[in-house]
Every structure is written in C-alpha cells, then in structure tokens.
Design a protein around this ligand. Structure first.
Ligand SMILES: [Fe+2]
Ligand SMILES: [Fe+2]
Length: 337
C-alpha cells in the first residue's frame, strides 16, 4: 500500500518544489496550456505506434496545471447559497470516488512496464489525489457534514479496477460537463465557485482523453489471442457500471444519521441546478456541446472518448422520433479559455 501512496502523493517533478506562480498572468498561462496541446510530430498518430504513445504521455505531462489546493480561496457564500451547496447529495461520493480513483490508478501504474504510459497514469493518480484534497478543503471551508470514509482497499484485479474507474470517469465527466454548464448559466453556483472548480473539470477532460488513448494503445499492442477475453472484460465492466448506477447508495455516519448518495447526480442533478425547464433533450445537447468545447484545444489526432457522446446522440435521435427535440441551443457556451 505504501508503494501506491508513494505514486499518488509524489509527482516525479513535484510541484511542492516549485515556487508559487509569480503572477496572475502565469496562472492564466498555465490554465491556457492545460487546455491547448498539439504534438510537433507530423503525420498520423496511429494507436500502437511509438509516436502515438509518446504523444499521449507528452500531452498529459505538458498540459499539467500546477494549481495548489492549499491556496484556493474559497469564496464566502450567502446563507441561501451555502445551504444549497452543502445540502447537495454528492460530497461523500465525490470524496470517496477520488480516493478510490487515486488508489486504482496508482495500482495500475505500478503494474505498467511501458515508461511513457507508466508516467502518464502515475500522474493521473497524483491528480486524483489532488482532487481529493481540493474537495476536503471545500468540505472544511463550508462545514459540510460527511459520512466516515470507508477504508480504501487495494484492488485484487488491478486491470478490472482501472477499467471500471476509467469508464466511470468517461461517463461521469460527460454529464458533469453539461451539469457544470447548467449550474453556471443558472447561477446555481456563484461565479467565483465555478471559477474555482473550472480547472478540476478540465482536468477530468484530460483524464478521459488519456484513458481513451491508453485503451486504443492497449488494444493495439495486445497479443491477438488475449483480445477476446479483454473485450469480454470490457463488456462486463460496462454491465457492472449500469448495475452500480441503478439506485442510491446509503451510508450511516458516527451519529447514526443516514447519508443518501446519488450515484447518478450528474444525470439527475439538472432539476436541482436550475429553475429553468430543461428537458432531457436540452440537457444532452448541452453535454455534447460542452464535451466538444472542452476537447477542442487538444490535438485532433488523439482519440476522444466515444461511449457517452454516442449514447447521448442515440438518445437524442430516439427522442427526436417522438418529437422531443432540444429547445436550447447552448451557443452561449464561452469559447475554451
Ligand atoms: Fe478526479
Ligand atoms: Fe479523473
């Protein structure tokens, strides 16, 4: 376990050794760099080729945003907003998801022998640990009551656990992008809080970009005889995710209070986030637009996750057959900063 904690708490080029960014301009520049990246290598980047693998690792390292959870200035919230934010049924599951993700990614990184992929996935584990730190600072700043965290257990089937985490992130991030946009335009969250969380959202975009490209690379370099078993495993992971998302998880804290956690909040949360009447078709359209916007700054030769956008497009097509077309055209989306 210590070896894994070592991976998710220590970055090879630790930001703790770096001086804090000297100016607001430097922070803005780091933010810009985290959203825009292209490989200088000419020609196609074919999954399985050394060029593709190098590009994936370079993208992940060079788009790193060196923000520090300890210096985030949590905006003061008025009592109504504070109540609204603290009573969202997401904080326990958010903290625990990051805790699990850092451990599972570290466990997988520990097994990977390819130095480029090992570097990228170790960094991803470190960033999940930083997300957990950001959330614990938020919980502390706003006095959110939390259920005790369960022990984080090292996975027995490390590849399975990594696939579960990767696919979960792909689905959750897609809907979270849309939900975040809804929360922003409806002013459910004050602008300062949106701004504080923005780098975390973009970081999840980088994570799923890495996962999609890791998956394509892994499939391409895998011996052919292993592929059928692996594809069955992927199907089993997707079925497990569907099962996991049916229903709510309940935990009980030290004082015997029940905490209900909504595993599907990224999908069901629009009603809570906005007083506007947003239909399912509207929400899916917003998710697709936001998803495209967040990926737009990265080298188009790198693969994008396709599962959640594909499901959303299919659902929109089916809804369209019943005359339920989106009303909202989210052209108000700001361009990638
Ligand atoms: Fe995360
Ligand atoms: Fe992530």
């Amino acid at each position: 376990m210590n070896a894994l904690a070592d991976i998710y708490t220590r970055l090879p080029d630790s930001i703790d050794d770096l001086p804090p960014p000297p100016s607001e301009a430097a922070v803005e520049e780091a933010d810009y760099r985290s959203r825009h990246w292209s490989s200088p290598i000419p020609g196609p980047l074919k999954p399985g080729s050394p060029e593709h693998k190098r590009a994936v690792a370079d993208m992940f390292r060079e788009t790193f945003n060196p923000y520090r959870p300890s210096v985030i200035n949590w905006p003061k919230l008025d009592p109504v907003t504070l109540k609204r934010v603290t009573s969202l049924p997401i904080w326990d599951i958010a903290v625990q998801t990051e805790g699990k993700a850092r451990l599972r990614m570290a466990a997988y990184a520990n097994l990977v022998t390819d130095p480029d992929m090992k570097d990228a996935i170790s960094r991803n584990a470190w960033e999940e640990n930083r997300h957990k730190e950001v959330l614990s600072k938020l919980v502390e700043a706003y006095g959110i009551k939390m259920a005790p965290e369960p022990p984080y257990i090292e996975p027995r089937d490390v590849e399975w656990a990594y696939l579960v985490t990767g696919f979960s992130e792909c689905v959750d991030s897609f809907f979270a992008f849309g939900l975040f946009k809804v929360a922003q335009t409806s002013h459910f969250f004050p602008a300062e809080l949106i701004e504080t969380f923005e780098p975390v959202m973009q970081e999840e975009c980088r994570h799923i970009l890495l996962f999609a490209n890791w998956l394509a690379w892994y499939r391409a370099v895998m011996p052919l005889w292993k592929r059928p078993w692996f594809e069955l495993k992927v199907i089993a992971v997707l079925m497990f995710l569907v099962y996991e998302r049916i229903g709510l998880a309940k935990t009980v804290d030290d004082e015997g209070n029940e905490h209900t956690q909504d595993n599907n909040f990224t999908v069901t949360g629009t009603k809570e986030m906005s007083s506007q009447d947003i239909t399912l078709a509207d929400f899916l359209e917003i998710c697709l637009t936001e998803n495209d916007r967040r990926f737009s700054g990265y080298d188009p030769r790198l693969l994008r996750p396709r599962l959640a956008p594909g499901l959303a497009r299919t659902a929109l097509w089916v809804l369209g057959l019943f005359g339920k077309k989106p009303h909202i055209r989210p052209e108000a989306s700001p361009a990638a900063a």
